[in-house]
Design a protein around this ligand. Structure first.
Ligand code: DGL
Length: 282
């Protein structure tokens, strides 16, 4: 496996306000992390964002840990070269597999995504919760340890969702094919008297409405965009890195495989024409 050396923030400058006004880097295997980016923009409207969709390598869920760690390090190093002041790993799979290693070599705040197992278990009346995750997350030891730590005596069902990220990446999140796949994945869970369904992949909120239609309104869907945003706010505040009040934000989007669907999604979510640029080959 490639050895990565320690990386310092690309621009440690004596001018404090310029560090504060540097962008926050956000990345995911594709468009999924936009669900997190949108929430960050909502709560931190004057922060500049650089978003990277690593769509050429999507899905991460069927890749080996070695491949995922390699991609995560390359993306983080590229973002650091763009002078980001913090990085949000807006991907559950990348977080469970690569964040510890990344944090050990990079000395800017690195915020990961963790599925909402704790609040789901805490508020479950039936004491049965289900988690939708990628295949790589489902077998990851860090994820399984997290489930054990937070399940609070609840019975947990882990459902890997092979094929779902691919459909969302292709813009087929409202298709019949997607409904059929979700039906297959969700029907067995419904027989288990669950009352909380945790979305353990940042792509899945894009099919949240369809999921809710299938599971009905007695089961609550739990997602993580807000807790991640709160954690980011805490980290920026603790490190005196919140953007200054008069900072005019900029949003820049990159993709390792630009598609029309991504362009459309970004414009819709961010309510203005967003330009999507090709990520240089890493
Ligand atoms: N959005 C990523 C996650 O949260 C999807 C991973 C994948 O590409 O399989 O896990």
């Amino acid at each position: 496996m490639t050895q990565y050396s320690a990386v310092l923030p690309a621009k440690i400058t004596s001018n404090e306000s310029s560090v504060k006004d540097q962008a926050i880097g956000i990345f995911d295997s594709g468009v999924g992390g936009l669900s997190i980016a949108k929430c960050i923009h909502q709560y931190l409207p004057n922060e500049s964002l650089i978003y990277v969709a690593d769509s050429l390598f999507a899905p991460y869920g069927d890749k080996s840990s070695t491949v995922i760690i390699e991609r995560v390090n390359k993306l983080a190093d590229w973002l650091i070269k763009q002078n980001v002041k913090a990085i949000v790993v807006a991907c559950n799979t990348a977080t469970v597999i690569a964040i510890d290693q990344l944090r050990s070599r990079v000395n800017i705040p690195i915020i990961g995504v963790e599925p909402a197992i704790k609040p789901a278990a805490l508020h479950s009346k039936t004491q049965r919760i289900a988690l939708l995750v990628t295949e790589a997350t489902a077998i990851n030891h860090r994820f399984l340890a997290l489930v054990n730590k937070h399940k609070n005596g609840a019975q947990t069902i882990i459902q890997p969702c092979a094929g779902l990220v691919e459909l969302i990446e292709q813009g087929l999140h409202e298709s019949k094919e997607c409904r059929l796949l979700l039906n297959d994945l969700l029907q067995p869970l419904l027989k288990n008297n669950i009352d909380k369904l945790v979305l353990g992949c940042t792509h899945y909120p894009f099919v949240g409405t369809m999921i809710q239609e299938i599971i009905g309104d007695k089961i609550t869907i739990m997602e993580t965009a807000l807790p991640v945003t709160e954690q980011l706010m805490r980290q920026l505040s603790d490190n005196n890195l919140l953007a200054s009040g008069d900072h005019v934000f900029q949003q820049t989007f990159f993709s390792s495989q630009v598609t029309h669907h991504q362009e459309k999604l970004m414009s819709t979510l961010f309510e203005k024409k967003s330009s999507l640029q090709p990520l240089p080959l890493l």
